[in-house]
Structure formats: structure tokens, C-alpha cells
Ligand binder design. Structure first.
Ligand code: PLP
Length: 408
């Protein structure tokens, strides 16, 4: 008899974005002429930068010629990409990361879901609330939680990110083993200072814990005081894995390329206290279950680091950040307290009422789609997330409509 993984039965009924899609579709069916503006799901809207497109075209031409054709590439990624990542994203910032510690993949979503395969089922897992839903749901699927009660799974340690702690939770008083951190944060847009990250690194080292640091939005950091990488904190090589993605940094959501940094000295422990090397484990896992990102996509990713690629992709991020500023200032002018939107594409707005009710109000009265904070966890109740990924005209129009609806 084929037994099912019953942990799937614990997953809470509706995945956030399918519930949003259901409500938007119902509204659109009832109001076919309404022009809905989507500031909900965090997908990019600008096309690929010309430098990336040119590199990809050239790579496709190479694939069309017998002399330059390439079949399977190295599972961990081509050296040309791993080298430029190690140099530009890490060594240039004083982080001692070598190309062999970079694992190129087809997305941070898969990486932060798959990494937990390396760890025991009994780990005590700490997850921020509110949170990118993938961290929670993949741990539920893996059997690391009990049932959900009032929106929280038994067995998980929730790191509450609230206005009181500036949306950067401090390390807990008790010991946890696996810690998910995401800065700049999705959904709150908050960033962590070097001092705040230092506290987490010290905690992880003291507790033989591991930090999974999701830096998918790193490219939006503009404040020179904010660390771009957990490895800017001394000692983080001994207690942290970092996830980065080209999705938001260079508009790769549709062509897929990301990477994970697993330092060579990083350890986990067997039950008898002896050490195992996480870098070797991840290398084994990656090469066994993954066959590499396509050559043209890796060439496009490497083109991000050329002078033209950097200037074109940075201009795209500046464009989204300008959208974010318009949204944040618009909501603040209406009397709402906001975080994010300065070093992040997300603005987290304190709406002071039920977040799904506010979502419905903006959908029905302004035809604007946002994301209700409650969908990201209990601490998201009373908030909505507005995304800056859209074109300027639509953002300006959306803010006009929101103003009209909320001051009516
Ligand atoms: N991590 C966070 C916090 C995200 O918000 C997202 C995408 O929205 C991802 C990871 C996934 O990125 P990728 O497109 O590389 O899978």
C-alpha cells in the first residue's frame, strides 16, 4: 500500500496567493470592466537588462554550433559564474568566500526548501512571524511541526517581528537549532543592522545552531551602514548559510537563477556529538538531485556583473525603489505608519484593522490588489504589504485611487 506523507494534511488550507487570486478573480468576474492594478505578488515587471539578453543570445548561438555546444554542465554552476559571484558579491565586501563555496541553482525558493534535507527531523526551528511562507510550509511537509492551532504550528519557535522590536526579532532566551532570517525582509521590508546580525551570529555560535540567511532582496540595500551579507559579520562562516537570487536583483523570475553559499568549514553534529561537514553534504545532495542551471541563463547571470550589466540592473532597482518611495510617502500622507520601501521593494503598512477586510476594501473600492499581512503569520494581522514591482504610471494611479477610496 502506498502510504502518503500525512504531514501534508497539517498544511493550512489556503496558500496565501491562491486565496488572493480567488478573491481577485471573483471581483473581476463580477466587474468585468474594472481595471485592477496589482501591487500584491512580488514579481518583477521590467524586462531583462540588455547586457543579460545579449549574453544569453550569444550563449544560444554557441549552443547552435557543434564546436561550442555544451551538454551537461557542472551541477554546482560554471566556474565563470561562481568566480565572479565570489569576487563581486563577497570578496569586494571583505567577506572571505571562495568560488567553491557557491552553489548555483534555479531559485532561492527551492534552495531554502531543499536545504532542510540535511538536518534531523527533531530540530527546534525558529521562524520569523510574519514570514515568507515557504520556510514554514516546507518544515511542516518535512514533519518538523505538530498541527496548526490558531494559525501557528505546534513545535515551531516563532520569532515575533513587531513594531516594538522594529521588525527585527532578537535571539530568543531558549536554545533553538535552525534559524531562518530574511533581510531585507519579505514581507516587512525591514533591514537588520550589523549589531543586530552580530547578536544572531553570537547566539548561533553559543548554541551550535545554524542560521539560514535569505538575502533575496540584498540588491535593494542603499544605506551604506546596512550589511549586504551575513558574512560581513565575523564568525558567520562558522554558523550561517546564505541564499541569494537573481530574481529580484536582475529580473530573472522567469528565467531562474540563484545561488547558495555553504562555507567549507560549516559543521552539523551527529547524535554522538561528532561533526559532519555541511558543505560536503550539500555538494552531495546538489549533485545527486540537480543537474545545473542552463548555460545561457548562467551566461546571462554572469553578465549582471559586467559594467553595463551593473549599471542597467541598478537602474532597474532604482526605478522600483522610486516606486516604493511614492507608495510609502502616499500611505504616510494618509496617516498610516509604514516600514520598508527604502532598502526594500516592500512597504509594510499598519492599517489598524483586520488585514483581509482592508485588502477587500482596497480591491472593491480602489481596484488595487495588495497582500494582507495576516497571510504571512499572526504578527501580520493589522498590516498589508504593498509591492513596488509595477510600472510608474500604474503606481501613481494606484496611489491616487487609494487616496480617493480612503478619504471618501
Ligand atoms: N526568498 C524570499 C524572501 C522571496 O521573497 C522569494 C521570492 O519572492 C524567494 C526567496 C524566491 O526567489 P527565487 O525566485 O530565486 O526562487
Amino acid at each position: 500500500m502506498i502510504l502518503a506523507n500525512e504531514n501534508f494534511g497539517k498544511l493550512q488550507a489556503s496558500y496565501l496567493f491562491s486565496e488572493i487570486a480567488k478573491r481577485v478573480n471573483a471581483y473581476q468576474t463580477a466587474n468585468p470592466d474594472a481595471s485592477v492594478i496589482r501591487l500584491g505578488i512580488g514579481d518583477v515587471t521590467l524586462p531583462l537588462a540588455p547586457a543579460c539578453v545579449a549574453a544569453m543570445h550569444q550563449a544560444v548561438d554557441e549552443m547552435a554550433d557543434e564546436k561550442t555546444f555544451r551538454g551537461y554542465g557542472p551541477e554546482q554552476g560554471y566556474a565563470f559564474l561562481r568566480e565572479v559571484i565570489a569576487e563581486s558579491d563577497y570578496r569586494a565586501r571583505g567577506c572571505n568566500i571562495s568560488p567553491s563555496e557557491i552553489f548555483v541553482s534555479d531559485g532561492s525558493k527551492c534552495d531554502c526548501a531543499n536545504i532542510q534535507e540535511l538536518f534531523s527531523e527533531e530540530l527546534r526551528v525558529a521562524i520569523p512571524d510574519p514570514v515568507y511562507p515557504v520556510y514554514v510550509d516546507t518544515n511542516v511537509m518535512a514533519g518538523r511541526t505538530g498541527e496548526a492551532v490558531n494559525g501557528r504550528y505546534a513545535g515551531l519557535h516563532y520569532l515575533e517581528s513587531t513594531a516594538a522590536n522594529g521588525f527585527v526579532p532578537p535571539p530568543p532566551a531558549e536554545a533553538v537549532d535552525l534559524i531562518y532570517l530574511c533581510f531585507p525582509n519579505n514581507p516587512t521590508g525591514a533591514t537588520a543592522t550589523g549589531k543586530q546580525l552580530r547578536a544572531w551570529v553570537d547566539y548561533a555560535k553559543a548554541n551550535k545552531a545554524l542560521i539560514l540567511f535569505d538575502a533575496a532582496y540584498e540588491a535593494f540595500i542603499r544605506d551604506p551602514e546596512i550589511p549586504h551579507s551575513i558574512y560581513e559579520i565575523e564568525g558567520a562562516r562558522d554558523c550561517a548559510i546564505e541564499f541569494r537570487s537573481f530574481s529580484k536583483r536582475a529580473g530573472f523570475t522567469g528565467i531562474r537563477c540563484a545561488f547558495t553559499v555553504v562555507p567549507e568549514g560549516l559543521k552539523a553534529y551527529r547524535r554522538d556529538g561528532t561533526e559532519v561537514c555541511l558543505h560536503q553534504m550539500w555538494n552531495r545532495r546538489h549533485t545527486t538531485k540537480f543537474n545545473g542551471v542552463s548555460y545561457p541563463v548562467q551566461r546571462a547571470a554572469a553578465a549582471v556583473y559586467t559594467p553595463e550589466g551593473l549599471s542597467q540592473t541598478n537602474a532597474q532597482i532604482d526605478y522600483y525603489l522610486e516606486n516604493a518611495k511614492i507608495i510609502r510617502e502616499g500611505m504616510q500622507a494618509l496617516g498610516y505608519t509604514c516600514v520598508g520601501g527604502d532598502n526594500s521593494p516592500y512597504i509594510w503598512v499598519n492599517v489598524r484593522e483586520d488585514s483581509w477586510a482592508f485588502f477587500d476594501r482596497l480591491l472593491h473600492e480602489a481596484q488595487i490588489v495588495t497582500t494582507p499581512g495576516a497571510g504571512f503569520g499572526s504578527c501580520g494581522e493589522g498590516y498589508i504589504r504593498i509591492s513596488a514591482f509595477n510600472n510608474r504610471e500604474k503606481v501613481i494611479e494606484a496611489m491616487g485611487r487609494i487616496k480617493a477610496a480612503l478619504t471618501r
